[in-house]
Design a protein around this ligand. Sequence first.
Ligand SMILES: [Zn+2]
Length: 115
Amino acid sequence: MAKSVPHISEEYYCNDCNDYKDFLDVNTNWKCPICGNYVQIKIVIGNTIDQSCFRIPVSELNSNDIVLLHRNADFNEVLGITNFGDKVFLNIKEYGSLKMNKDDTILKLNGGWYH
Ligand SMILES: [Zn+2]
């Protein structure tokens, strides 16, 4: 459940190339094939404003990052990160602890979607 999977509504945009990207061009590492930066991923949740996220490996998360665990949930803040072998234990506000593999991906909030 924790691993971030693509959703049919997602759109992908590279801020540096100022261009939309195709799913098949970004779905291996969620980076732009041209410039190598993470592509913005449009997240549509209910009737709220569309949000821009990056899909990153859990190992690249930092405390205070805002993440989306589930499409039907809210964005929550990462309060703490503990590494344990190839696992990562996240302490997430209003959710609790979550064990993930380091190479699992997670949606990190970037901001509003303005494209
Ligand atoms: Zn690019």
